[in-house]
Design a protein around this ligand. Sequence first.
Ligand code: PLP
Length: 464
Amino acid sequence: MTDLRQWLPLAVDAVDAWMSQFGPQEEHPSLRVDDERLAQAFHELSDRLQDNYPFGSPRYVGQMLKPPHPAAVLGYVTAMLINPNNHALDGGPATAQMEKEVVADLAAMFGMPTHMGHLTSSGTIANLEALWAARETHPGKSIAYSADAHYTHSRMCEVLGVPGVSVATDSAGRMDLNDLDRVLDAHDIGTVVATLGTTGLGALDPLPEILERTQARGVRVHVDTAYGGFFTLIADDSADGVASAPFAAITRADSIVVDPHKHGLQPYGCGAVLFADPAVGRFYLHDSPYTYFSSDELHLGEISLECSRAGAAAAALWLTTRVLPLTDDGLGQVLRACRRGGLDWARRLDASQEFTLFQEPALDIVTYFPTHQRMSEIDAASRDLFTDAASLPSAERIDLATYLVEESGFRTRGHMVDSDVPRARIMRSTVMKPESADAIKEIETTLESLVSSRAAAPVPDGPH
Ligand SMILES: *Cc1c(COP(=O)(O)O)cnc(C)c1O
């Protein structure tokens, strides 16, 4: 398998061999450090890094976090030894070329007939860029996004000085079409942001129906699929696939954001923004006396908001997609396993006495809560489960995450709870690693026993 102990020395050798043709490389005395001192500091570093959650464990099913694929690490480290800057061809011709290739692959994955785009340091920056272009094509107009859209959309609207309008969600956490109609009538909307794979619930906004409404009005559509984008590889309505309709409609959107550092097996920071109309490139025009010298060819910095950006990120994604291509039988198999894990978990929760499934997962994010009548009890039991599962011995410990729900969130999904408190935490689990899919049975059994042993425990003494 991909053992980095075998591959990483090859990275050092390859870069050394290339550099050796430029003559001897003497390290300046000011940079020389004592091996002993470095060893000590490294020891301290590895110690301090243990203050982390075990993201790579199959039983880490909390937030959207996992280590990158070894191929991504190898690609990143190899290029980082050179440290190209993908802002300009002067900074990194090879990795800039790789970036153009992987961005074309991403566009092809979504079925875009034409595209202009690039990698970014994050989904947030990619969305900022898409909304900035939206402000330029639809000046003076507002931007609408669902109440469950990523929180940075309203923040970026503030940054851009564009009014942001929130659209209600329906009983599955998708953008509510009736409320979208209301918003389109009541506000001067220039752009609608559709989220395919909301960060909280993994819900898919009804993109075909959104496009029907927006296209007639000349309203722009931006698709934020930072988390869910790679699921397009398995959007075939099959038993271990996801719904095809929202993903098939992406080709009709004006811009797309996807995060290779989420489901694309990449280290941070690797986001991407894609525009359907290459003419948005005109908004980026700038003229600085110190940037581009090496060629008249397009420099990535001429079509991106950011300046310096790691060429290593492009090398990492390029190498990863050479060995795990953006196809159903490449990266798609990773996503299918995650999807199977999510579905398996949902079935087990459905059958469980201890838990209630909050809603059907559309992707691989599973939401559920310990079955209780009062919201205060649900909240306390969720909090306890979160703590108890993480306090198990290391070889058994399970890392979870929680999600805040208001009474209406329970009610619209048919969970008739007593709202003795306004909001309650429920459990939110992300099956983001294919290895987790095989651990679901064990995870679910353990969580059930944790919940029932809490229920059996005597209530602590105190005034009743
Ligand atoms: C994660 C996420 C973002 C933000 O992306 P970062 O890479 O964390 O900046 C935006 N939108 C959605 C839907 C996300 O899941």
